[in-house]
Design a protein around this ligand. Structure first.
Ligand code: PEP
Length: 264
């Protein structure tokens, strides 16, 4: 693997179904001002927020008007391009809002909305085809962990998602053990590293060495300012997908500024 490549860490806040558009504007303003006051260097950590669909236009307008260095993401997308899909949002609609990243395969969609590996793969392809970057979430349930170990299910999910991705298109992987999401019980840094390494090896196999060297693999699941530094010390962990803690502006900033307490 190309040892000279460095991956800019990505700290991504998945707001889930929280904050209306007014709350979203207030939150992003506070976050941006706080990071500016702290002289945050965005080459230390890229910061992305993933608001609900109804907030995207407001956040996009704020980011553009104030030239803020935050990246904008969406939490889901349709696998279809257009047509009779009531309630769905297409990838083309998201690109018009300057959305850069889209989450696919989050366990709340796999389990709560019955999204299969095939649906996740079709969504990832739709995102890539319009020039956005899919954040492909993979992770094992507690039962999977007991039955197959930690890496088997995430690796199979990643393989399925990469199968239809156009060659050479960038993607992010988020390893999120389902049992760690919202539970307050994060994986250990060693567990996260071991699965992240298996995922990177899968990327080498499927997409090649260069893709594996540049692709960011995030950890997600009960990340806080207390545990982020230990995750970021792992060689194959390149950032975090943060749920609950991304809704608290001070806490999210402490996570983003992990370099202040990473001890590296
Ligand atoms: C998530 O839902 O992606 C997540 C990681 O949530 P939390 O940080 O709350 O565990």
């Amino acid at each position: 693997m190309n040892a000279t490549v460095t991956r800019t860490p990505l700290i991504a806040g998945n707001w889930k179904m929280n904050f209306d558009h007014l709350q979203a504007i207030a939150f992003v303003q506070k976050l941006a001002w706080g990071l500016k006051d702290a002289k945050h260097d965005f080459s230390d950590a890229e910061v992305a927020v993933f608001p609900p669909f109804t907030d995207l236009r407001s956040v996009q307008t704020l980011l553009a008007a104030d030239r803020l260095s935050l990246s904008l993401g969406a939490q889901d997308v349709s696998q279809h391009q257009s047509g009779a899909f009531t309630g769905d949002i297409s990838a083309a609609m998201l690109t018009k809002l300057d959305v850069q990243y889209v989450i696919v395969g989050h366990s709340e969609r796999r389990h709560g909305h019955g999204e299969s590996n095939d649906v996740v793969a079709a969504k990832a392809a739709a995102i890539s085809q319009t020039g956005m970057v899919p954040v492909i979430c993979v992770g094992e349930t507690a039962a999977d962990l007991e039955e197959h170990g930690a890496a088997a299910v995430p690796v199979a999910q990643l393989r399925a998602a990469l199968a239809t991705l156009p060659a050479g298109s960038p993607f992010v992987v988020a390893y999120e053990p389902v049992w760690a999401i919202g539970s307050g019980q994060a994986a250990t840094p060693e567990q996260a590293q071991s699965v992240a390494q298996a995922l990177r090896e899968t990327i080498i196999e499927v997409s090649g060495e260069d893709a594996a060297a540049t692709t960011r693999v995030l950890y997600g699941g009960s990340v806080t300012s207390e545990n982020i530094a230990a995750f970021m010390r792992q060689s194959d962990v390149d950032g975090a997908l943060v749920g609950g803690a991304s809704l608290k502006v001070d806490e999210f900033q402490r996570i983003i500024r992990f370099r202040q307490h990473v001890g590296a």
